[in-house]
Design a protein around this ligand. Structure first.
Ligand code: ZN
Length: 201
């Protein structure tokens, strides 16, 4: 129906999250008829590809350290562990956390093929010691995978002089952090309960 080039565009575009074949076709038709928009989008994507890098914390930005890790107004003694970049954006929107973040890049799940070694935790213990972190909030979703992951994180930071917290309530069972409304997520971040992580754990 379309030129092979356009078919290829539609195929690739429909791989993007939230965009199906129908939307991809609409985008293709729009871009073909609006050459300036096409060129600007093309330029933006090229620049993203060229300049976006991953910070040690797991956040993608144009610098390493990223603008969050580099922000002097933030309390560097506090760190919030989250699953992905979308969770950082969600927590930032609540304005209830002024520390830095550590992005795991996934949750332990044999079904999804995500194993402990796949998580961004290789140098995490050293990072806690080096940066004199005294407060860790493990803000993961309320799922079995998250609990397994939390258990693994605790094993990695055992016997460190650091206070560890998790959101006390507000995250509904099975819910994904990034899908929570702002008020619920704010409440979950404000109300936190300490987790014991000593030898008996
Ligand atoms: Zn960073």
């Amino acid at each position: 129906m379309y030129d092979p080039f356009i078919n290829n565009f539609i195929k690739n575009c429909s791989k993007l999250p939230g965009i199906g074949t129908k939307a991809s076709e609409r985008i293709a038709l729009f871009l073909m008829q609006n050459r300036q928009e096409l060129q600007e989008l093309n330029k933006t994507i090229e620049l993203m590809d060229k300049h976006i890098i991953k910070c040690e914390c797991g956040f993608f930005s144009t610098s390493n350290p990223c603008y969050i890790c580099n922000d002097d107004k933030r309390d560097k003694s506090k760190i919030c562990i989250v699953k992905n970049m979308a969770d950082v954006i969600s927590i930032e929107k609540t304005k209830q956390f002024n520390g830095t973040y550590h992005i795991l890049g996934g949750l332990i799940s044999s079904i999804d093929g995500c194993f402990p070694q796949d998580l961004n935790l290789d140098n995490f213990r050293d990072k806690i010691i080096k940066n004199k972190i005294n407060e860790i909030i493990i803000a993961l979703s309320a799922t079995t995978e998250a609990k397994t992951t939390q258990f693994y994180i605790l094993s990695k930071i055992k016997n460190l002089k650091v206070n560890i917290f998790e959101p006390a309530h507000g995250i509904p069972l099975g819910a994904d952090l990034e899908l929570l409304d702002q008020a619920t997520l704010s409440a979950a971040i404000i109300s936190k309960k300490e987790i014991e992580n000593n030898d008996d754990f």
